[in-house]
Ligand binder design. Structure first.
Ligand SMILES: C[S@@+](CC[C@H](N)C(=O)[O-])C[C@H]1O[C@@H](n2cnc3c(N)ncnc32)[C@H](O)[C@@H]1O
Length: 246
């Protein structure tokens, strides 16, 4: 079965859920707020044709409160800028995207509190939508979305690369990450796969982005400096645990 039909973060609000274990990702969201501030103000000054309705999509929203932090950051920036620019009252159309198995219900349960806090800020009407599907394909009609946002997602490949059609084993079998011992060919295959995926991602967004729209992507890269990474350590520990139960 394809990865897009299987992959999901741990849903719910339990101790091991994504919602309760995504502080690192939340920090990244807070860090890029200044960048958002600058770019969204530019967008608002350009958008002469705006009818006051802002269509915002968070790609790879997952199942915790982080997505609502991203969305409220964006809404706050637009609200403040529109006051400065004397724009008319705003309406927000929000699209939360993730793969089919994502626990969207967990986010829906957070919405009453979210709406209440937004009303307090007097940001205008806010309509929430869920958009299940892979961001490596089309998700929206042509020229539709004003702001694409995605944090900590685009480094997820559409599937684990394999060597060839005959050898159907994953390249880094027995590990969860490219390690220092991985041969250069492994790096190359991952890079090629990323390029293909990212190309598909950009093609789709290009068709979906409205005139003068913006896209803010935050994702993880790696330095090819041979340093041991935390993922490598995690991989070693998991491997050891698997061996102990075998
Ligand atoms: C680490 S989480 C980040 C979630 C959230 N943006 C945050 O900052 O907390 C990555 C999310 O990307 C989603 N994802 C991975 N590949 C995807 C794809 N092709 N299409 C849509 N979502 C995808 C995963 O299901 C997961 O929920």
């Amino acid at each position: 079965m394809t990865m897009e039909r299987l992959l999901c973060m741990k849903g719910g609000m339990g101790e091991t859920s994504y919602a309760k274990n995504s502080i690192l990702q939340r920090k990244a969201i807070m860090k890029v707020k200044t960048l958002l501030d600058e770019n969204l103000l530019k967008l608002m000054m350009l958008k002469k044709t705006s009818n006051g309705c802002w269509k915002i999509a968070d790609l790879g929203c997952s199942s915790g409160p982080n997505t609502l932090i991203s969305i409220s950051n964006i809404m706050e920036i637009i609200h403040k800028s529109s006051l400065k620019l004397n724009h008319k009252k705003l309406v927000f159309q929000i699209y939360l995207n993730d793969l089919f198995e994502n626990d969207f219900n967990n986010i829906f349960k957070l919405l009453p509190d979210f709406h209440q806090s937004m009303q307090g800020e007097n940001f205008g009407a806010c309509y929430m939508n869920a958009t299940p599907g892979s961001f490596y394909g089309r998700l929206f009609p042509n020229y539709y979305i004003d702001i694409f946002h995605s944090s900590y997602c685009v480094h997820w490949l559409s599937q684990a690369p394999i060597y060839s059609k005959k050898k159907t084993e994953p390249l880094i079998k027995g590990n969860i990450y490219i390690t220092r011992e991985s041969p250069p060919s492994v790096y190359d295959v991952y890079l090629e796969h990323f390029e293909r995926d990212f190309n598909n991602f950009l093609k789709s967004r290009y068709e979906e982005l409205a005139l003068d729209g913006v896209m803010v992507l935050t994702f993880v890269g790696r330095e090819n400096n041979g340093e041991i990474t935390s993922y490598e350590v995690l991989g070693m520990v998991l491997n050891q645990m698997v061996q102990e139960v075998q």
